[in-house]
Write a new protein. Structure first.
Length: 231
């Protein structure tokens, strides 16, 4: 939520702003909940392409957790693509809190560039990824339908007291086993292609791709990237 949204909208804005000022940590630390996970043919980081468009035929599946009401995807049918926000669980540099350089040398350039001017997986915000995927099909698990039309989603149980696991880069190369039966116990299954996400990556959010808002045919790129042959 942006600071501007609290300052500018609604009669409660001043109260919300005062609350956030008393809790400044909310500006720098945000909690997120996974809504599902990805099943992908890519098991190792070295196997995954830098962009899904480089291997558009590769397919995978997004499984949404059973606590989500399947009604949550009503209206998604008919869209050809979606945005998937996911957690890069193999990104040990972020997970272990390693210091990141402000400038890096991208694989498609000769000189170092600012980290936020690249698509490097190591981000100052944490290991969050964003991919545009083609929707190949959507299946509802009828056994998980609640029967209610209230569109409520029952949250998962809290795991605050559980151990976070070994604090080592090797641990980031081990897939989590929290949902070994996700292929059977899911609420929604979304088949996708143009995949560039590792297997078992937790899904944070899904949004439909809308060409009128998400495509800018006249968009420009920086000269340093244009010099590599990218158009």
């Amino acid at each position: 939520i942006s600071k501007c949204s609290f300052l500018c909208y609604g009669p409660w804005a001043k109260t919300a702003q005062e609350h956030l000022m008393r809790a400044p940590h909310l500006w720098s630390s945000i909690g997120l909940r996974s809504i599902g996970l990805v099943r992908s043919p890519y098991r190792q980081r070295a196997e995954c392409p830098r962009q899904g468009a480089l291997n558009p035929e590769v397919r995978g599946t997004i499984y949404l957790h059973p606590w989500l009401n399947p009604d949550i995807v009503d209206g998604l049918h008919g869209f050809s693509h979606l945005w998937c926000i996911f957690y890069m669980h193999r990104n040990h540099r972020n997970i272990l809190g390693e210091e990141l350089p402000a400038k890096i040398r991208p694989p498609y350039g000769r000189n170092k560039q600012g980290l936020l001017a690249t698509r490097a997986p190591h981000r100052p915000c944490g290991p969050l990824g964003l991919s545009c995927l083609r929707i190949e099909g959507i299946a509802i698990n009828e056994l998980k339908r609640t029967g209610s039309r209230s569109n409520k989603c029952v949250p998962a149980l809290s795991h605050d007291n559980e151990s976070a696991g070994p604090d080592s880069s090797e641990a980031c190369d081990q897939d989590p086993s929290a949902h070994p039966d996700i292929e059977e116990s899911f609420s929604v299954k979304i088949s996708v292609s143009s995949l560039d996400i590792l297997d078992n990556s937790p899904v944070i959010d899904i949004k439909p791709y809308i060409p009128a808002y998400d495509s800018y045919p006249t968009a420009e790129i920086a000269d340093w990237l244009r010099e590599t042959g990218c158009q």
